[in-house]
Design a protein around this ligand. Structure first.
Ligand code: DGL
Length: 271
């Protein structure tokens, strides 16, 4: 048994898709969430900056003596996975579990990937898929504009801007007859209604945040590191800036009110 909290972070609020999944799978665990809302997006930045931010985000979570860190961010996992996994604390990224799930889901071996520019440039998901299923055809498309849409809550089914953006980004993938699509950025599950409406019901959608949360739950169970508590766990939320409609967007991601949200000066966590 291990009573310490689980640390989860993302460049913004997308990582809350992983928190939601952990809360459902492991309701007795305590969680510390950090969303770097003051510096989002990461996906349009260069590698050095993403790596520096990753280091600071991990330093912040480690100050809570977390037992495991989930990098609930496709960009961090793709560009700074080595920084994450070289730490003394156990860490889970989104790439490996998500790529595995896509390989299990595909029937026609045609897999699409959408993510940020940095994620697609890294080829991270494609590399894991090719290692697991060399005969697969993989098609990746960067969709940077979807991140600010989600961070600003422009996601409703009747939102024509979200619909048009999704359609424009997915146009080529749709012609490739993919039967599985990796939502390689943790912000994208909030656009599932638009993605489904455009691609149809037959395409399996694999959510990076959800897969990482399931992988983390497996690790904690296997290593006998769950709290063992019978009472509900607590999730504490930290961000580097509170935007105007922040609470509303949090509510959409989490499916509940987040309660108090703390602001942290993340620049203090440079080592
Ligand atoms: N949530 C981040 C990811 O999964 C993307 C947002 C960003 O560009 O910072 O890649």
């Amino acid at each position: 048994m291990d009573m310490r909290p689980i640390g989860v972070f993302d460049s913004g609020l997308g990582g809350l898709t992983a928190v939601r999944c952990i809360e459902e799978l492991l309701p007795n665990e305590n969680i510390i969430y950090f969303g770097d809302t003051g510096r989002v997006p990461y996906g349009t930045r260069g590698e050095d900056v993403i790596r520096k931010y990753t280091d600071e985000d991990c330093n912040f979570l480690e100050s809570f003596d977390v037992k495991l860190i989930i990098a609930a961010c496709g960009t961090v996992s793709s560009v700074a996975g080595d920084i994450l996994h070289s730490r003394s604390v156990c860490a889970v990224d989104v790439v490996e579990p998500t790529a595995r799930a896509a390989v299990s889901a595909t029937r026609n071996k045609r897999i699409g990937i959408i993510g940020t520019a940095a994620t697609v440039r890294s080829g991270s998901y494609a590399k894991v898929i090719e290692a697991l299923m060399p005969e697969a055809s993989v098609y990746a498309k960067e969709c940077p504009m979807l991140v600010p849409l989600v961070e600003n809550g422009w996601i409703n089914e009747d939102d024509s801007i979200a619909r048009l953006c999704v359609e424009r980004y997915l146009e080529t993938l749709k012609t490739m007859s993919i039967d599985t699509l990796i939502l390689g950025c943790t912000h994208f599950p909030l656009l599932i209604p638009h993605i489904r409406a455009y691609l149809g019901e037959d395409v399996s959608l694999i959510s990076a945040g959800g897969e990482a949360a399931m992988a983390a739950a497996e690790i904690l169970k296997k290593s006998d590191s769950l709290t063992g508590a019978s009472s509900l766990g607590n999730t504490a939320f930290y961000v580097s800036d509170k935007s105007q409609n922040f609470k509303n967007v949090c509510r959409i991601f989490l499916g509940r009110d987040p309660g108090d949200i703390n602001v942290v000066d993340i620049n203090r966590f440079t080592k």
